[in-house]
Design a protein around this ligand. Structure first.
Ligand SMILES: Cc1ncc(COP(=O)(O)O)c(C=O)c1O
Length: 422
């Protein structure tokens, strides 16, 4: 079998390992889908061996399939691809991004500990930390981690949590700086008490950033977004080092947020192999749209890492890179109009009702260009004070650029601008 480790990541995401521990698919070009939730065990001894090996190294050497909630061939194939893409040792998949985030945090934390989180994170992540973790005696401390200082860390802090590119404000947090401080703090802490850095890499994807290379302990992903890419599947993943694999798999088994094999197959066969080509094209168009918006006389501010005036330009240039080392400003844009109040709502409503190539919808990273107002939608659950201090103003528009022709997107935006100028 050829050594795949020296091949480029985009080629590996298309061909996988050619022979997987999960399944011998050397004959079919595309791996088959497993449609069985349970597996014949053959003997009590084999069944017992399978349960014994679950969530251990033994499983990888000689997989004994038992039941889909434990392990499953299609998800295992996807997990090996995700681990390779994120430069991690292992990946564990979940039914959704929130399934991955909740399972990862509950794996890391216990009663009495605290999550130090960036103030601006995806709305449901905010809600999970703010509303659910306290029920288990775990507190959330929301701060502006773009201005991280060690004073923000307390004795109770076990997890530092943020998004590599924040949703929806597109801030880029200097996680190398945080890692350096955490390494110093961890020297004084016991093994069980080490501070762990968890980074949500959903916006950037492993094509645009690999946080594990910069010292994160865990990467969480919503596979529903650009990794899946076509808007047909939901999924999530946690990528980390081998020592965390067992507890993540136990969390998945007991919380039950498993990825459906059909979704795993789809992401493995359609999503990941096309990620690079989709991302590059979306990024090229997003750069053109960001410049167009920046020059528009009705636009007040544009947040896009590729613009010269981007507030976190130096950090972005250091951290947002393709596997080949090229700067990856991405495909997400946030912008504000000069005349806020109801004009913004009129602008977005005009697009919702009249645009051909832009759709008012949540989610992101898809083939279709999507627009939304986070304040009223994806981040509606966040309290007003946190939204205000994080810059999630009611008039911030979030745009996820798809694969359409730039000219068509521009013409839809032109028409919406003409409408609000009236
Ligand atoms: C940054 C980020 N993380 C996590 C999630 C949650 O993912 P899912 O919808 O797959 O649960 C989202 C969803 O929008 C997101 O934008």
């Amino acid at each position: 079998m050829p050594d795949t480790k020296n091949k480029s990541i985009e080629t590996r995401l298309i061909h996988g390992e050619s022979k997987s521990e999960a399944w011998d698919f050397t004959k079919p070009l595309i791996p088959p889908i497993s449609a069985s939730t349970t597996f014949r065990l053959g003997s009590v001894e084999r069944g017992a061996e399978g349960f014994q090996a679950f969530a251990s190294d033994e499983f990888h050497k000689n997989p004994i399939w038992i039941y889909d909630r434990l392990d499953e061939p299609n998800t295992l194939m996807l997990e090996s691809q995700l681990a390779a893409a994120e430069h991690g040792e292992v990946a564990v998949t979940f039914s959704t991004g929130m399934g991955a985030i909740a399972s990862c945090l509950l794996t890391c934390l216990k009663h009495g500990q605290e999550v130090l989180s960036h103030q601006t994170v995806y709305g449901c992540t905010f809600s999970f930390i703010k509303n659910w973790l306290p029920k288990f005696g775990i507190s959330g401390n929301f701060q502006d981690l773009t201005k991280f200082t060690v004073d923000m860390v307390s004795d109770k802090t076990r997890v530092i949590y943020f998004e590599s590119v924040t949703n929806p404000t597109l801030e880029v947090i200097d996680f190398e700086k945080i890692r350096t401080a955490v390494m110093r703090l961890n020297k004084k802490r016991s093994e069980d008490d080490q501070i762990l850095i968890v980074v949500d890499n959903t916006f950037a994807t492993p094509y645009g950033c690999r946080p594990l290379d910069h010292g994160a302990d865990f990467v969480v992903q919503s596979l529903t977004k650009n990794i899946s890419g076509f808007g047909t599947e939901m999924g999530g993943a946690v990528v980390s080092s081998k020592k965390h694999e067992a507890s993540l798999k136990l969390a998945r088994k007991d919380f039950g947020a498993v990825l459906h094999p059909r979704a795993a197959w789809d992401i493995n066969v359609h999503g990941l192999p096309t990620l690079q080509i989709r991302y590059e094209r979306q990024q090229q168009t997003a750069s053109a749209i960001a410049k167009y918006l920046f020059q528009h006389d009705l636009v007040d501010a544009v947040h896009y890492p590729g613009l010269e005036n981007f507030a976190y330009k130096d950090v972005a240039k250091r951290l947002l890179k393709s596997p080949e080392g090229d700067f990856c400003p991405g495909y997400m844009i946030a912008f504000k109009l000069k005349r806020p109040d109801s004009t913004t709502v009129d602008f977005v409503n005009y697009i919702a009702k009249n645009a051909y190539s832009i759709t008012l919808a949540v989610s992101l990273g898809l083939t279709k260009t999507l627009i939304e107002l986070p304040n009223f939608m994806t981040h509606a659950v966040v309290d007003e004070e946190t939204k205000k201090s994080g810059g999630v103003s009611p008039y911030l528009i979030r745009m996820s650029v798809g694969l359409e022709n730039f000219k068509d997107l521009k013409s839809d935006l032109d028409l919406a601008f003409q409408e609000i100028k009236k």
